[in-house]
Design a protein around this ligand. Structure first.
Ligand code: NAD
Length: 259
């Protein structure tokens, strides 16, 4: 396989970390990004290096800041070579009625969950175009396709990610660079654990009840999606066999969007 360097935004935790492990297992050098303290970053990098014998790099770039995103791409390519696969994964959540939604949370969610995808693509494409190859995978959400109440910013951002995915795919259709999106249902990560805690406190009930009656209520299979399976799907999109797939919106959602 000629594709060897992957940059994953928001990969110090949850889905991004699962993707990092999945690609490292297949021999990819990995550039990690996310908010984490130095010992955590060192632990994550040494885990990938010792378990999978791959090279790693890390950028602390804040996905709200375009200049840091540009610098992240320059640093990653200087340290591990051209970026063959970009996965836009960084994301945050905030749940509140739209009329009470804090303005700064709206701005942060739009910046991290949507605009950062534009800025990373903007920064990696010149090198992908020069080499005539590349894979861009955007981690959207079922909330890119359907809405839930109290998640206006998240739903707006994720719908935007799908629009961006399709537009970029069309622009690059006559090249060997593809751009696709994955829409997971609920995955048990720190982002979702936070929502479970918040709901349990708000309703004065147990975490188990929240998981059953609130979190998994819309997910017909009633099981969380596993990060390892998302990594397998992303690996397929990065493989030569997926060269004809571009602008695709792939769900892994336990049947959520079949309703
Ligand atoms: P998580 O909270 O476990 O991880 C989020 C990652 O993003 C972390 O590495 C964090 O450090 C990073 N991050 C947050 N703010 C950042 C910033 N300003 N700059 C750089 N990095 C930042 O969350 P997760 O559940 O793994 O979510 C990852 C992605 O998957 C998100 O885009 C989320 O919307 C999407 N998603 C999650 C689920 C789910 O059920 N967990 C479902 C569908 C989609």
């Amino acid at each position: 396989m000629s594709m060897r360097h992957i940059l994953i935004t928001g990969s110090t935790s949850g889905i991004g970390w699962g993707l990092a492990r999945g690609f490292a297992k297949q021999g990819y050098s990995v550039t990690l990004n996310g908010i984490a303290d130095a010992p955590t970053v060192e632990k994550l990098q040494s885990e990938l290096r010792s378990e999978f014998k791959v090279k790693t790099s890390y950028s602390s770039a804040d996905m709200r800041r375009p200049s840091e995103i540009r610098d992240m791409v320059v640093k990653a390519e200087a340290e591990l070579g051209p970026i063959d696969v970009l996965i836009n994964n960084a994301g945050i959540q905030h749940v509140a009625p739209v009329d009470e939604f804090p303005e700064e949370k709206w701005d942060a969610i739009l910046a991290i969950n949507l605009s950062s995808c534009f800025h990373t693509i903007h920064a990696v494409l010149p090198s992908m175009k020069r080499r005539g190859t590349g894979r861009i995978i955007n981690i959207a959400s079922v909330h890119g396709l359907v809405a839930s109440p109290f998640k206006s910013a998240y739903v707006a951002a994720k719908h935007g990610v799908l629009g961006l995915t399709k537009s970029v795919a069309l622009e690059l259709a006559e090249t060997a660079i593809t751009c696709n999106a994955i829409c997971p249902g609920y995955v048990r990560t720190p982002l979702v654990e936070g929502q479970i805690d918040q709901q349990a406190a708000a309703h004065g009930t147990t975490r188990d009840k929240v998981i059953r009656d609130v979190i998994l209520a819309a997910q017909p299979k009633k099981e969380f999606i596993e990060v390892e399976h998302l990594a397998e799907l992303a690996l397929f999109l990065a493989s030569p066999s997926a060269k004809a797939m571009t602008g695709s919106i792939l769900t892994m959602d336990g049947g959520w969007t079949a309703r």
